[in-house]
Design a protein around this ligand. Structure first.
Ligand code: PLP
Length: 273
């Protein structure tokens, strides 16, 4: 394959040994969507499909060394961040990004696991808001995360505008946790009406859906798509992964990010070729 058609996407995230969330989810998504993933590991978690047992954040210097080694060697087309664990890690990543202002950045502000257990120190909220979100091309919070990132705002829309005011270009607020019959995700952009992306509500309980969605946005930005198209395609892809999720453990289902590989006639976009 001609590597010039294979954009490189750096995923800076934690490791989940179930393969459901974290860096494995990012790598599978990026691979499925025609990118070359470069995984930078920030933390190691011990968890199953039901709960997080423990986690350790990798030494910050080692994370910086991982990222710089790749960034100085390869033309990275987009960067996606997931679990960063503590404010020091956020600060270190923000420092590296200052040297690469042209690379699109997708921030998944991971604070807790899908099962509700912490994956970061509480003080990470402010570090994400002050240091990383101002640099984000697209931030992908869910309702719980956006309330923590903008605690002074009194509605989800007000939270999104508070994040835009930091300099973040787009806020893609997912509505999975809202009590609506269909899932309503919204893309907020400064000085524009929010765009709404609706999709059916699935009944399952999934591990790594947020990671899949954010990594898919990064993949599409790396392919040169604008944020609106990237978000729409990422949502369509994630829904297909969730519909074909597998149940390898005793808890949450895991999205099947390579569903199309078992059907050689169809690609990840769902188009037959
Ligand atoms: N990153 C890691 C390392 C995780 O373990 C988890 C959840 O357990 C997440 C991110 C967030 O996963 P989700 O996409 O389900 O929000």
């Amino acid at each position: 394959m001609n590597t010039s058609s294979l954009p490189i996407v750096m995923a800076i995230a934690g490791h989940d040994p179930t393969g459901g969330a974290g860096i494995v989810a990012d790598v599978q998504t990026l691979t499925a969507l025609g990118c070359h993933p470069t995984p930078v590991v920030t933390a190691v978690t011990a968890q199953d499909t039901r709960s997080v047992k423990q986690f350790t954040v990798v030494e910050v210097e080692l994370v910086i060394a991982q990222a710089r080694a790749v960034l100085e060697d390869m033309p990275v087309a987009a960067i996606k961040t997931g679990m960063l664990g503590n404010p020091e890690m956020v600060s270190a990543i923000a420092g590296i990004l200052k040297d690469y202002p042209h690379i699109p950045l997708v921030v998944d502000p991971v604070m807790v696991s899908g099962s509700g257990q912490p994956l970061s120190e509480a003080a990470i909220d402010e570090a994400l808001r002050v240091l990383l979100l101002p640099r984000a091309t697209v931030a992908c919070p869910n309702l719980g995360e956006i309330q923590r990132l903008a605690p002074e705002a009194d509605s989800p829309s007000a939270c999104a505008h508070a994040l835009l005011s930091t300099g973040c270009q787009h806020v893609y607020l997912t509505g999975t946790h809202a009590q609506t019959p269909r899932v309503i995700n919204r893309l907020f952009t400064e000085a524009q009406q929010p765009r709404t992306f609706e999709c059916e509500r699935l009944s399952g309980n999934y591990h790594g859906s947020g990671c899949t969605l954010a990594a898919a946005v990064a993949a599409h930005l790396a392919h040169g798509l604008d944020a609106v198209t990237a978000v729409q395609r990422a949502q369509d892809y994630t829904l297909r992964c969730l519909k074909q999720a597998i149940h390898p453990g005793q808890g949450q289902a895991i999205p099947d990010r390579l569903f199309w590989s078992r059907d050689p006639e169809s690609g990840p976009s769902g188009r037959r070729h």
